[in-house]
Design a protein around this ligand. Structure first.
Ligand code: DLL
Length: 433
């Protein structure tokens, strides 16, 4: 089913002229309301009037996560705070999180786009949607919630965690759809089996799964275990949250990018050169309807490929292939985004630790694990066991409090971790997904 038949099936030429009109408006707006854009455009010698075609987009400089951090918290907002009705922030950050704001109209647009995603998954107002994305600063919970309500479905605002309770609700309320990360879908399936429940006999028909990378193998496993269709949904807080793109039940290959609201490009992450559609590179998004926090040419660091072949479903949008990796070192651990540098700053604030550490990421069963190995200084290491245990507890607590992830900790003797001559290789990611 198509939620907004008119916009989702616009002929390509009409869609592109709509994109150009909206792009010109957004570029004018950011130039005149956000100091950052005015400065960078002036430096690049480009004026909003220079955007005469969609191809001119590439004349504008990129925006990066660092720019967002430099303008923390509200420096890139294009409306006064009195027009902002909602704030979200990227998960897992010490001091400088990525903060995003929404006007009432932005929340409306987002709700519609999420409703489009649910409709693309074959859902309508008769469905019951179990929403196990986390509610809070993370965009997953509220984003899916508002979309489900816009569709008119009945939403169960479960949020994350509390697995046994989730399983009980899945049995008792009989939801027909579930929203969660793909790894949590597997966790639920396995926990249910362990409780002696036949998880394939639940009423679930479809899962709207995303927020972390996953594979076709994982899709099959989830589909077999939960006896439902597993569809991929993509998004990022900076651009909006979930619902930037979504797979449909018909195509099941690549996620439709809602191009009446976002312009997508792929670039070579090393040179910044724009790649022709079909070539693998880093995704760059421009939001063309957002009011509070418009972003022009935002480098996502997500690696994918644009598919231009038409889809059976009738939507005229391009699709993006499942994200195959990132062009930076961001880790996604149980759905939480973490940069090694953030762990480093937590560690370095603790007395007695040396600046030598290693992060071991693995997947045990369906759950991501993180082990932090860090060297302690000589005098502490020869100290009594109690002192060491105290440091270990402090690391665990601070990492959990500041970054939102649970980590195992192994304190190492001084000078035992590997040293590097060039770029330090601090992360060992053993996960195969
Ligand atoms: O993860 C928004 C979201 C919520 C998407 C629920 C889908 C479902 P952030 O926390 O800002 O926002 O993290 C964004 O997560 O840049 C990707 O690296 C990764 N990501 C999101 N969806 C997918 C996906 C939400 N389907 C970052 N496949 C993005 C692979 C994904 N990676």
């Amino acid at each position: 089913m198509i939620f907004n038949e008119e916009f989702e099936t616009l002929p390509r030429e009409v869609l592109e002229s709509l994109q150009l009109k909206r792009l010109q408006q957004v570029v004018q707006r950011v130039y005149h309301t956000v100091g950052f854009y005015r400065r960078t455009y002036d430096e690049a010698g480009v004026k909003p009037e220079d955007i005469k075609s969609l191809a001119d987009l590439r004349r504008l400089p990129f925006t990066t996560k660092q720019d967002l951090r430099d303008n923390y918290p509200f420096g890139l907002f294009a409306v006064p705070m009195s027009n902002v009705v909602r704030l979200h922030a990227s998960s897992g950050t010490t001091g400088r999180a990525t903060v995003v704001g929404y006007t009432k109209r932005d929340v409306d647009t987002w709700s519609e786009l999420m409703a489009r995603c649910f409709a693309a998954a074959g859902l309508n107002k008769n469905d019951i949607i179990h929403n196990a994305y986390g509610y809070g600063l993370f965009t997953g919970g509220l984003g899916a919630h508002y979309g489900a309500e816009r569709l008119g479905a009945s939403v169960i605002p479960m949020s994350g965690g509390n697995t046994k309770r989730q399983i009980q609700i899945l049995q008792d309320f009989g939801p027909t759809a579930i929203c969660c990360t793909p790894s949590y879908a597997l966790t639920l399936a396995e926990a249910g089996e362990e409780m002696g429940i036949d998880m394939s006999s639940l009423k679930l028909r479809v899962g709207i799964l995303g927020a972390e990378p996953w594979s076709e193998t994982m899709r099959q496993e989830i589909e077999n275990k939960l006896n439902m269709m597993a569809l991929n949904i993509y998004g990022l807080s900076e651009v909006m949250g979930p619902g930037v793109s979504m797979e449909c039940t018909e195509g099941r290959h690549g996620m439709h990018v809602f191009e009446d609201h976002f312009i997508v490009e792929t670039i070579n992450p090393d040179t910044g050169e724009v790649l022709p559609p079909g070539e693998t590179g880093e995704l760059v998004f421009t939001t063309i309807t957002k009011e509070a926090f418009p972003l022009v040419r935002y480098r996502t660091r997500d690696i994918s490929r644009i598919i231009t072949e038409p889809c059976r479903c009738g939507r005229t949008y391009v699709r993006m292939e499942r994200v195959s990796g990132r062009s930076d070192d961001m880790l996604i651990i149980r759905g939480v985004n973490v940069f090694p540098s953030q762990i480093e700053s937590v560690l370095m604030a603790i007395e007695g630790l040396e600046p030598h550490y290693q992060l071991i990421v693995d997947r045990v069963g369906t759950l991501d694990t993180l082990e932090i190995r860090v060297e302690v200084s000589e005098n502490i290491f020869s100290d009594e066991i109690k002192g060491l245990q105290g440091i270990e507890r402090r690391i665990k607590k601070d990492v959990k409090d500041y970054l939102g992830v649970t980590a195992g900790v192994k304190l190492c003797e001084p000078k035992t971790l590997q040293r590097f001559e060039g770029k330090a290789q601090r992360v060992i990611d053993k996960r195969t997904i």
